[in-house]
Design a protein around this ligand. Sequence first.
Ligand SMILES: Cc1cc2nc3c(=O)[nH]c(=O)nc-3n(C[C@H](O)[C@H](O)[C@H](O)COP(=O)(O)OP(=O)(O)OC[C@H]3O[C@@H](n4cnc5c(N)ncnc54)[C@H](O)[C@@H]3O)c2cc1C
Length: 445
Amino acid sequence: MVPEEEIQEISIQIPKTDKPRLVIIGGGFAGLRLIKKLANENLQVVVLDRHNYHTFQPLLYQVATAGLEPGSIAGPLRKFMEEKEDYHFRLAKVTKINPEKKTVSTPVGDLSYDYLVIACGSKTNYFGKDKEFKDALPIKQIPQALNLRSHILQNFEKAVNTKDTYELQSLLNIVIVGGGPTGVEVAGAFGELKDHVLPKDYPELNFKQMNIYLVEGLPHLLNGMSKTASRKAHKYLKDFNVNILLNTMVDSYNGKTVRLSSGEELPSQTLIWAAGVTGNIIPGLPDDCIEKSQYIVDEFNQVKGFDDVFAVGDIALMKTKKNPKGFPMLAPVAIQQGENLADNIKAIINGSKKLSPFRYTNKGYMATVGRNRAVVDMPNGLSFGGFSAWTAWMFVHLLYLIGFRNKLVVLNNWIWNYFTYDKGIRLIIRPFDKQEKRKQQEAEL
Ligand SMILES: Cc1cc2nc3c(=O)[nH]c(=O)nc-3n(C[C@H](O)[C@H](O)[C@H](O)COP(=O)(O)OP(=O)(O)OC[C@H]3O[C@@H](n4cnc5c(N)ncnc54)[C@H](O)[C@@H]3O)c2cc1C
């Protein structure tokens, strides 16, 4: 308990200090790297996050498809602050930044800062059609992945009692929007469930009737990766009988029927939105430092027009000669920017004017498509697929996963799933509720 006299008169109660206060919004990949690297500096560090945990988003799709428990891809943020002096965490969603007062506002009160790092990531992009796709299921946060898992299982439970042909078809069909890495990985995981797991659980159903559709607006999958990777991923998904619809957009969705730009209509009560993300801007900073829903930053991650406000990771738009459109929204970019900014913040508080510009080390790109298959584009231009790519994919994901316990749990699950073909987490723990999901979605917007 902090003694009353040591608490400042601000709504979020943080002990008084003579040190400069650094407030970090978001404990994602970028925020976490800052938390780790700034320990023992002459700073008070306050981390604000709307969740009390860090999420390893690259494995969210495995939670959604019953491959992993949510706890194995998350880490409690307070744990990362243990034994760090003058580190504080508050569970709070920042709703406004007030640069003139140097404070941030949250539903539990305001908090002042000397330095502010915005590391609040991105949110699902419905390309301005949020209302039209209110019944689509996004896959950006753990609660959303759990929604998807429950929803699919609930649909199969309904399907066994359904005689109406259209209703039955709509309960079985799964439509995935977006043929990027997430869409491809989700489609592969459902292909595997359909082939190996669901027929054993639901012998009453004819899984030949179940169709998985992957809808992509461009002429190929995995835009941003090599042609080889795109071609291989296409073939792997075809082997799972995934229906790949290229050059096709999803026009509308009423919860039961998906209407495509080709005029075709697909009966489906499951529309998974993996069509992309956009910056998660917090109101308050002037419009001229925002472009395409990201904060414009210089090569030191300093937000345009401010020397005490920084943005890192998905929310930062850093245009350089080599990357005139900015860096891709990827975990390695966020981690490396967090790392570089931590060094620069140390330099600033130690009175040095010499800051290091951010230099990105490309670690390559990868996506997995069910068991034994993945595609990898190496930084040197080499591309490969198949089993070796799949083992590389597993190794990299285990390496980056937060915490030794999580690595062990995930590895155990993968080994078990591999040898038994049994994704053991087909549990409806918290039934999916459409109304509840809409509320969550509105909260994210
Ligand atoms: C499904 C999926 C799969 C992906 N797969 C890969 C992959 O395979 N490889 C790869 O490199 N990248 C992948 N990415 C992208 C990668 O996860 C992001 O680039 C990375 O998470 C960005 O890190 P960040 O720190 O900027 O933001 P995040 O990691 O998103 O962290 C943002 C944090 O801010 C918090 N927050 C947000 N708004 C507020 C607010 N207003 N107030 C307080 N807290 C807030 C959030 O709760 C979160 O903890 C994937 C993303 C998704 C969604």
